[in-house]
Design a protein around this ligand. Structure first.
Ligand SMILES: [Zn+2]
Length: 299
């Protein structure tokens, strides 16, 4: 195995196994030389990835994707691109599917790219003052990309912003921040990837200050009567496990429907992928039967 691929596996597992950088299957990594790009395939977990988890793509064909005109119809366009990405593989016999984000990795001029949905970065990327704070914290050293749905349009938006950065600074960007999504870090060595991540997180830590422990709160005794019925409602496609938690942070957002609305929609793609695009809110007035009726209807 090439030394660089071993390094790619190590850096992938390193960030993939940290919950504050990657949740479940989110995030991806790549290594490229002039001809090929090795990029994490869809559905492969970074935490446990080995050399069989990377799709190897032809960079000439990847470049052709960025220059080609695709359908105006979103679904049709995404399918055409998926098809072109599959055709760009050097190792189709492995059956690995490159994610749409593979094209983003190919745009970046550095050998290694580590893309994560870091919790702290997303604390900034999902905030109201994101553009202003990003400029204050990172100045002109980063490319900032306002929210665009993942897929071809995002790819084009990132391409435009990288070009603008290059023209303005005469340099290639090493940090790309995506609103309501995450961060791309790029460098020619893995050591530098770590060093950039450390710098970014240190800046955010200094800005965030001390984070108080979230105090766990007791769970209402009546939950014992309700829970078996809730579990059955959620077990239509096979038995599920239901877990109940309560703490000060949750309390704040379930104190009223108005408070709940603030977190009712996902902030980042992971929310949609792993928790669906909306959550259910029901009032509990002390009447278990009313709660179950309400919940059953909403499910
Ligand atoms: Zn992502």
């Amino acid at each position: 195995m090439k030394k660089e691929i071993q390094e790619l596996i190590e850096v992938s597992q390193f960030y993939g196994s940290k919950k504050d950088f990657v949740i479940a299957g989110g995030g991806n990594t790549s290594y490229k030389d002039d001809e090929r790009i090795y990029v994490k395939a869809s559905g492969v977990s970074l935490a446990t990835i080995d050399e069989n988890g990377f799709a190897v793509l032809d960079r000439k064909l990847m470049k052709a994707i960025s220059e080609k005109t695709y359908s105006e119809n979103v679904m049709e366009r995404e399918n055409q691109i998926k098809h072109d990405l599959l055709n760009a593989r050097f190792n189709p016999e492995k059956g690995l599917r490159p994610s749409v984000e593979a094209s983003l990795h190919n745009l970046i001029a550095f050998r290694f790219v580590v893309h994560t949905h870091s919790t702290k970065v997303n604390g900034l990327m999902c905030g109201n003052a994101v553009e202003k704070l990003t400029a204050e914290l990172f100045g002109s050293e980063v490319v900032y990309v306002p929210y665009v749905d993942p897929g071809y349009i995002l790819f084009k938006e990132v391409e435009t912003r990288i070009t603008a950065f290059r023209e303005k600074t005469g340099k290639e960007p090493q940090i790309i921040l995506l609103q309501n999504h995450g961060i791309f870090v790029a460098a020619d060595t893995v050591a530098e990837i770590h060093s950039i991540y450390n710098t970014v997180i240190a800046k955010l830590d200094a800005f965030i200050g001390e984070v108080p422990e979230v105090e766990t709160l007791p769970i209402d005794a009546s939950i014992v009567q309700i829970l078996p019925a809730v579990r059955m409602m959620l077990s239509a496609n096979g038995l599920k496990t239901v877990k109940v938690i309560n703490n000060l942070l949750i309390q704040r957002f379930i104190s009223s429907e108005t408070e709940y609305r603030k977190i009712a929609l996902p902030f980042i793609p992971d929310g949609i992928v792993y928790c669906n695009s909306s959550f259910i809110y029901v009032e509990f007035t002390g009447d278990a039967e009313a709660l179950l009726n309400d919940l059953s209807g909403k499910i």
